[in-house]
Structures are given as C-alpha cells and as structure tokens.
Design a protein around this ligand. Sequence first.
Ligand SMILES: [Zn+2]
Length: 637
Amino acid sequence: MRYMRKTFSPGRSELFWCHNCNLPLLEERCSICKSTGKRVLLSPPGDVRLCSRDGRDLLKELFVQNWGCADFLDNRIILLNKIAGIDRRDQVILDGRHIATLWFDITTGTHKLDLGPAGASLLAARAERGVVLCHEKHLKGHLKGKWLSAEQIACSPKSLVEGCNVVLRMGELAGVGTVRKRSDGSRSIRIKDVTRTGFVPSENLPTLKDVIAANENHLKNLENTALWELRRYISRTRLPVNISFSGGKDSLASLCLCCKAIPGAEVLFVNTGLEFPETVAYVRDFCRAHALKLHEIEGENDFFLHVRTFGPPAKDFRWCCKTNKLGPMTSFLKQHYPKGCVTIEGRRIYESFNRSTIRAVERNPYVPNQTTLSPIRDWRALEVMLYIYWNNLEPNPLYDQDFERIGCWLCPASLQSEFSHMRKSHPQLHAKWTSSLQAWAKENKLDSRYIDWGFWRWRRHPPKMIEIAKANDIELRARPKERDDIKLEVVQGRSPCGLEYSIEATIHVPQNHPFSAVSGALNMLGEVSYAEDLGAAVIKTEKGRATAFANGQLMIIAPKDEAKKLLGRIFETILRVQMCTGCKICERSCKRGAIVVRDSIAVNEKLCNRCGKCAQSCIVADQAAKMSRRFAASTFK
Ligand SMILES: [Zn+2]
C-alpha cells in the first residue's frame, strides 16, 4: 500500500454556488437564473456529495450539543466533501461556504465537529453555548495561533473540554478557539481562526428539484458524452452487453445510461452473501419494476469459515473479493458468455486512489474476452446522485441512512464511523461480525480495542493508526496460538483494487524460532525490510513483492506465474527456518559463506547472491518443495 500520497487529485473538481438561487452548480452558469455562480473551494479530491437525511440529523445533534442551535440546517441543501483522514472526514458546505468539518474519532467512537471561520461567523450571533466573549480592547495585532489571555476573556463556559471548539465573540470579529492543555497543565484557548461576523443564511430555501433544474444543462452534457461513448463502442462489437449492478448509486447511474444506450442489456448482481438485506431487496425490486432481466450470481457461503483460516479480510488483505465476488463472477461469465461479453460498470476515479487510472474501455485480463466499460468514471458523487434524481429513479434507501458507500456490510474498506453506525442500524449483523472478530482477536492475543477501534481493517497499518496504537498502548502484532501441524491455504486471483495479480495465503508451521529469524532468512529470496513492531517482513524481488507476517499470513503481488513461484519459495524458506535440523549441509554448500547454522539458519544478506544452492541440499527444503508442489497441483489447476 502506498501511504505517501494522502490525497489525490483525479481531475479538476469545480463547484460553484448560485447565490441568487442559493444552490450548488456543477458548472459556472446556473440553468435557472442564467447568472454566474461563485466558486466554492473544495479540498481534493473533491468528490462532493449531498448530505443524507441521517447525516443532517447527525449534524443537528452535534451543533446543538456544542453551540445550542442548529435551526439553520433545516430544509437547506447541505453538501459534504470527503477529505483525507484516518476515518470519516467531511467538509460541511452550507450556502456555498465551508462551515465545519465533520469527523469521526475512533478512540471515543463518536463524531466531532471542527468549526471553520464561516461557521464561527454564522454562530457568533446565534450560539447559545460554547461561546467565549472577549474584551475587544485587549485584542490587538495578529491573533491567529495565539493563546487567549485571562484579561482578554470576559466570559467563558464553565467547563472546557480538551480539543473542543468554541466560538469567539470579538466585537466586529468572530473566531474559532480550540481548548488545549498548556505546558503547565492548565486548560486554555488557542485562537484557530478569525473572521468577520455576519454570515446570515439565505432565506431562499431551494428544493432538490431546484438543484436539478439549475444543473440541467450540465447533467444533459454528462449524459450525452457518456451515451455517445457507450454507443460508439457497442456499435462496433457483436458481443452481448451486460451491466454490473451492485445496488449502489454509481452502478445505478450506469444502469440508467445502459438502458438508454442498449435497451435489453442483462443485469448482473453478485450476491456475495454479505450484502445488506436492504440492498438485495432493492436490486430485486428495482429490476422487477423496470422489467430488467436479472442474473443474481451467488458467492460461496463459507465466508465465516474462511475467516477462521485467513483471519478477517483487510484493506490490504482482501481475500474476500476473490472468494465472494470475483470468483463467482468469473465462473458465471465463462459459463454464460463463452465467447466473451461487454460489461458496463460504475467505477469512478474519485472513489479512491486505487481507481485513479480507470480507462473508458478495459480488458479484464483474467476473464478471456471480457471488456469493461466505465461510462461514469470521471463523475463526482454529486453528479451521480443528481443524475439519478433527474431520471426520477430512487437510489438504495441505505443512502438516507448516511452510508457513503454501499457494499458488503462487513467490508474492511468501510469507515469505522460506518461500523459504529451499523451497531444501531443493523444490530444483528453488527453483533455477528463483532463476535467473529473478537474470537479471532482472542486467538491471536490481540487487545479488544484492536477490534473496537477498527485496527483489524489493515494488516500493515498506516502511520496514523500506528501512532494511535502507540499512544494508547495497543499491541499491533498478532501472537497466534502455537500449532504443530503444517498447513498452507491460499486464495488467488486478480487483485481486487486493480489489474495486478495477487495471492493471499496463510502458512501454519510450528513456531520453533522467532519471526526475526524467518525475516532474516527471507533475504535469500529478495530484498527484505522488516518492521519488528508490526511483525511484518516485506520482500521485494525483481518481478514482485510479498509481505510475510509473524502470524503466518502472507500476501504476494506479482505476475501470475511469478506469484506462484514466490509462494512456493517463501513456504520453503519459512519451513527451513522453523524445522531446521541443524545438519549444516547448507552451510557447507554455500561457497560464499553467506549462511550460518546455529539455532536455525541465519543468512548474511551482504554475502548472499540468492543462488538458491543452499536449498538444494536441505532435507527440510526438499520436503517443503514436495508439499508445495502437491499443494500447487491441487490448488492452481
Ligand atoms: Zn441561479
């Protein structure tokens, strides 16, 4: 995983606000009043979207909790713009201004608001609590970043909670203050921002219909471009066309386009067995209501069995996509469209860094003759939703519930805020998954916060999560139960996030030696970087890379044949370390003196040229090679 780039800018995401009609514009000109909108500055990537019904309720609750008022949110178009963060982080846009940032604190399991200057300007006149009244005469010079001194404060709330935002009333000016602990331990207020007062929300309260009307020209253009592209491709192929429908908004918009361009296209829905019940019902009802031919493709049903073997899926260990989605889809396509097909998909580049390179037409390298078309690849969430409403379609009802993305209910790519929401919205599903996760955590001697705070969603954690773990004394290394049998289990296939091939596996071997010994020996295969605190070793070879974990998990990304080869060699090496008989034959067979046998084998990475001769004479390696060949014969048919 690449963590270096926290945000990405897939394109020029421009948003404007018609202050005449008080609504968002996807292009500069308003289709209703024909006036020119004012640009709204969005932090990248700029996948701005409509705030849901429950999202509005959440905002109201937080504004009332913090500042005692929230009436200005009623009946108003609110937009959310997702920005980089370790969990949910949305800029809240009201009347074309960024008033606050809504974020989820995984350590407390609660949502919080960071007020922006426009929010302070709005609240200065109306907040009923969380206000600090300042003595104007003591406020001189540059204020931003300064601590408020006692003489500057005329009146402040009785209790100041660390991290809390307060509204500063400073005469003509308004400000945002943050409550912080000073070096002497006392709580004080630091001035985060200063602005003019007097942001009064408009009395003009447009409806969603008005927003659509104001953007009609833009929506028409979007549609025309997408339809032109679809028709142009379809006219040149004789292959059957189908549409992949997940029940989410993006595939709904694509489905709508597909129906206009290619009436009668068949609808494919992979029911992974992990879909929200609302989604399954929605997809079936939708297809029935619109007389669409639906193929419901069922995934394997042993997901929870797999969890026992592989542990829960993670963002960077997504074996579930292969067992529950890509696998069943691939089998279905091969069977139903032996000559190939064209599949229309709803993937968008704004969705994630991994999708920032989607092309209009792509070949699926793992399904012969399947071509995928992504007509809405450069649409933003707001465009998708407005397009859906413009066509009088009803999106999945889960969007009202403040779910941003709709996929499997236990997807590791979900935000912790969404899991926390599920506790209330889908208590049974939440309990089922949590108990499975807790059982796995217990087996691996992991802290219960590893589950409750959502650490399970990664195998290799991003720096911010590691920071949180350190600050709260949470061990991130899994320490699995000892086992004395040898076992290798694998899922393989196209990597879920791109076109690369990947293998996820678990290797069970007796733990006779510490993982650091394994990591050292892996130098025989490639360049190793070992993260002791994570219990992970990353091996880079010429053609691929692999990560081996202390708990036996392994992931490999490389071209297909190379990945299989690497799996076999890693398995061999781990076995050689753990089952070393101390015969020293390998030590003698290495002319470079790169290998030394003490408790187990130790490799001098500076001397080793990775010739592999040491393995040729090793009995353990020989046994391991036989096992992995047998295994490969039965797995990689
Ligand atoms: Zn207008």
